[in-house]
Design a protein. Structure first.
Length: 107
């Protein structure tokens, strides 16, 4: 049983830092809704964006007013897709949402 105890100790020692982003692409407060997030482990980074019907969610689009009633999910994406989505949230320029959609489809 000595091996099981060693594995349990190492799995709890990994620390994660999670950064959430709000509708404006800025770091979210506790009360803000999360549209994107970055999770940093000691070894690697993971990126997530909010999706609806397996497409990146558009907080300025047609479904924005129904957001509380929609079934949205956070999906893991590449760094490029995450960066384009954050730029879209910050600038509201639709070309970046188009680039996000294209990168999301190709993953």
């Amino acid at each position: 049983m000595k091996y099981i105890n060693e594995i349990e100790k190492t799995s709890h020692q990994i620390k994660q830092k999670e950064t959430n982003f709000n509708k404006n692409g800025l770091v979210a407060n506790v009360k803000d809704k999360v549209y994107a997030k970055s999770v940093d482990n000691e070894t690697e980074q993971f990126y997530y964006i909010k999706t609806y019907q397996n497409q990146p969610f558009d907080p300025m689009g047609a479904n924005a007013t129904r957001e509380n009633y929609l079934e949205t999910k956070m999906k893991r994406v590449s760094k490029d897709t995450f960066d384009f989505y954050l730029i879209y949230l910050q600038t509201n320029n639709s070309i970046y949402l188009t680039r996000t959609n294209r990168r999301f489809i190709n993953e």
